[in-house]
Write a protein that binds this ligand. Structure first.
Ligand code: FAD
Length: 468
């Protein structure tokens, strides 16, 4: 029987990063993945394909709506070839997942294809597609089995017309009317893809605002911008049934007054969140406890109730984000090597890759109010930047929240062009516990969107923004 210092179950961003770091630190490492491609949700049906479609649909929208203003004429109609667009996306996915195979090989990590399940705390059975089983022995195991789309108990997903994000990434036609249940990140990103490609899009959300976990000002601005793009919103609506009749999908919901409202479309995307995935793992055999919400219980060291077994990523508590899973993979590997790594969960950024992009790190204004923290706020509109005018990306702002007494930056919230990249500056500043004045005194290249960060910091310092 093959023996390993560490075995990792699941090859998403948590699992494969953990494997690389374990191998770098000299451990004999195995990774087990039930699918034939590595990379998990993120690379196969999550981050990467959704961004590929967002990019393609953005190009289309630019060609249809914005080229003219730039003095670019197109003779003839600009059309979408959805099949080709989806094929390009798949090409990007294939390249990326092949890249992980290369990295496993380069780091001499043994890859097993099959479903991993615990025989006991140090032995894992790997059931292969041909029904045969390998058993390996591992001193330590890292569970990185991720998550699956969740649904509402009364919804029957037929995966044709009533779909999850996985099917939405490979539709064969542009919906005429796409009804999206859930105004979170995944629903809004995919909604914008199909809106750009010509679908009518209605977002039905239970809460009174979209992206409800982010700062309220970001929800407000994103709603405003998406409404300008003709996305429809039904907020404070509790969906109570989803029915398919032939090619039509009917969604019924109660509005905030309790009145029934009916939405008719040809596709319904259920984007109400994701649930941790532990099916087939046989966690009990290893003494690994799973809580009532299906998450694997871990302590601050990400150790489960079995002392040689750790868990990371979407299958445990916290934000379901690829970069959070990666940090946790690194942390466990370094702990196993006797190091003392640390993750500051407050500084894991959150991003929505709509256009304009939305990005945030640290505390929201609502959280600071609730905690009774005295803070000040500086905000700067993107439209006041030369760079924004040059590219005609005028929507959005950067808002910096800083401690009223010490000026330490407590939260940065931004919406605008390229904010997904701009947020890295805020993370760096906050990691080094910068004050708003520190950021305001750093030179930012001109003309860039990043100047909005400096200007917001100036505004937060003593209301000293220069260009408003
Ligand atoms: P996963 O990536 O879910 O990987 C788990 C792996 O474990 C899977 O490959 C699964 O097959 C395997 N597995 C499970 N059980 C077993 C078993 N018993 N044996 C063997 N293998 C098993 N996050 C971001 O940060 N940025 C984004 O832009 C972003 N966009 C997203 C867009 C969409 C449409 C979706 C659905 C998600 C998106 N996410 C994004 C979330 C991100 O994909 C997840 O947070 C991330 O993939 C979690 O990584 P993980 O390693 O915990 O698990």
């Amino acid at each position: 029987m093959s023996q390993y210092d560490v075995a990792i179950i699941g090859s998403g961003p948590g699992g494969y990063v953990a494997a690389i770091r374990c191998a770098q630190l000299g451990m004999k490492t195995a990774i087990i993945e039930k699918y034939s491609t590595l990379g998990g949700t993120c690379l196969n049906v999550g981050c990467i394909p959704s961004k590929a479609l967002l990019d393609s649909s953005h190009h289309f929208e630019d060609a249809v709506k914005h080229f003219d203003a730039h003095g670019i004429e197109i003779s003839g109609e600009v059309k979408v070839d959805l099949e080709k667009m989806i094929a390009r996306k798949q090409g990007v996915v294939d390249q990326t997942t092949k890249g992980i195979e290369f990295l496993m090989d380069k780091n001499k990590i043994e890859v097993f294809e099959g479903v991993g399940s615990f025989k006991d705390a140090t032995h894992i059975n790997i059931k292969k597609a041909d029904e045969s089983t390998d058993t390996i022995e591992a001193k330590n195991t890292i569970i990185a089995t991720g998550s699956k789309p969740s649904t509402l108990p009364f919804i029957k997903l037929d995966k044709e017309k009533i779909i999850t994000s996985t099917e939405a990434l490979k539709l064969k036609e542009v919906p005429k009317h796409l009804i999206i249940i859930g105004g979170g990140v995944i629903g809004l990103e995919l909604g914008q893809v199909y809106k750009r490609l010509g679908a009518d899009v209605t977002v039905v959300e239970y809460m009174d605002r979209i992206i409800p976990t982010m700062d309220g000002a970001l929800s407000k601005e994103l709603t405003k911008v998406l409404k300008k793009q003709k996305v429809k919103f039904a907020l404070s609506h509790k969906v109570k049934s989803v029915e398919r009749i032939g090619d039509e999908v009917i969604v019924k919901a109660d509005d905030k007054k309790g009145q029934e409202v009916e939405f008719k479309g040809d596709y319904c995307l259920v984007a109400v969140g994701r649930r941790p995935f532990t099916e087939g793992l046989n966690a009990e055999a290893a003494g690994v406890k799973i809580d009532e919400r299906g998450k694997i219980e871990v302590n601050d060291h990400l150790q489960t109730s079995a002392s040689n077994i750790y868990a990371i990523g979407d299958v445990i508590r916290g934000a379901m984000l690829a970069h959070k899973a990666e940090e946790e993979g690194t942390l466990v590997a370094e702990q196993l090597a006797g190091q003392k790594p640390h993750i500051d969960y407050n500084l894991i950024p959150g991003v929505v890759y709509t256009w304009p992009e939305v990005a945030a790190v640290g505390k929201t204004e609502e959280e600071l109010k609730e905690a009774g923290v005295a803070y000040k706020s500086g905000q700067f509109p993107m439209r006041a930047l030369g760079r924004s005018r040059a590219s005609m990306d005028l929507d959005g702002f950067v808002k910096i929240l800083a401690d009223k007494e010490t000026d330490e930056v407590l939260g940065v919230h931004m919406i605008g062009a390229r904010c997904a990249d701009l947020i890295a500056e805020a993370v760096t500043a906050m990691e080094f516990r910068a004050s708003a004045e520190d950021i305001s005194r750093m030179s930012h290249a001109h003309p860039t969107f990043a100047e909005a960060v400096k200007e917001a910091a100036l505004a937060a310092t003593e209301d000293r923004a220069l260009h408003v």
